[in-house]
Design a protein around this ligand. Structure first.
Ligand code: ZN
Length: 259
């Protein structure tokens, strides 16, 4: 999205005054950042639904502040549709009327409550192309019942896409969130992606705002090495655009190492 596009989106939202805004989490974050940085005013909807990309805490805070509206995050996929949605208490409720969801270990057996495992989905309404115990590529933790009044079971956490995790040579999985955290409050970075191409090789693609801050770059490298090992080679690449997935998602972290 160029600045021209973002300007147009602000105009359209201010003109149409929607009650509901549905968006990819990352795209709305980009729009919120643009509104704030340019001191623009934007219409406040009654609800915001985000989905498709992980809604990180810093994204939620900025979007809610700029739009002056609470976000309800959704979890789903193109293949199986809606899987879970957030309630007023902030818990992710599983839409078990739409899909059957299991959290399993490496032998495909259900894990204990509170334990992390791979998420398997069985579609309940897709008669032309049923998906049975379909591995969606995410990991998660089942949660306790919620006191919001909904009887739907909950997911305590969706721990990101399996391919968001970085694998070390020793076999440790490092959650992608660890890397994104290193980029919080770095005002000189507009967009970024941390890409693991081999056990000890990491490329950082970034779009700077003004001059890159060298001591902060060194700090980020140190933190990455703490998790990935001292031998880890980290290369910075200044780019004009961070590539999206074919579906248009911006992944902050991506690993090409099989795990
Ligand atoms: Zn609830």
């Amino acid at each position: 999205m160029t600045n021209k596009d973002l300007h147009r989106y602000v105009e359209v939202i201010n003109h149409k005054k929607p009650k509901l805004i549905k968006s990819y989490a990352g795209s709305l974050y980009q729009l919120a950042k643009f509104v704030k940085e340019n001191n623009l005013s934007i219409h406040s909807p009654k609800r915001i639904h985000t989905s498709a990309e992980t809604l990180r805490q810093f994204m939620r805070e900025l979007i809610e502040e700029v739009f002056n509206c609470k976000i309800y995050d959704f979890y789903g996929s193109r293949e199986v549709g809606a899987i879970a949605g957030e309630c007023a208490k902030g818990k992710m409720h599983i839409f078990n009327f739409n899909n059957h969801l299991e959290v399993v270990d490496k032998n495909n057996k259900s894990v204990q409550l509170g334990e992390e495992g791979r998420i398997l989905i069985t579609t309940l309404h897709n008669y032309s192309m049923p998906l049975i115990r379909y591995e969606i590529g995410d990991t998660g933790i089942l949660g306790k019942p919620c006191n919001c009044g909904s009887k739907l079971p909950t997911l305590e956490k969706i721990t990101g896409r399996v391919k968001d995790h970085f694998l070390t040579r020793e076999g440790t999985l490092v959650d992608g969130g660890y890397f994104t955290r290193q980029f919080y409050f770095r005002n000189w970075i507009d967009e970024f992606q941390v890409l693991q191409t081999d056990f000890e090789k990491i490329d950082i693609y970034y779009i700077p705002i003004g001059q890159p801050v060298e001591n902060e770059m060194a700090e980020i490298c140190d933190k990455i090495k703490q998790a990935m090992g001292e031998k880890c080679e980290i290369k910075w690449h200044q780019v004009e655009e961070v590539p999206r997935t074919p579906q248009g998602k911006l992944l902050y972290t991506r690993s090409l190492v099989e795990n």
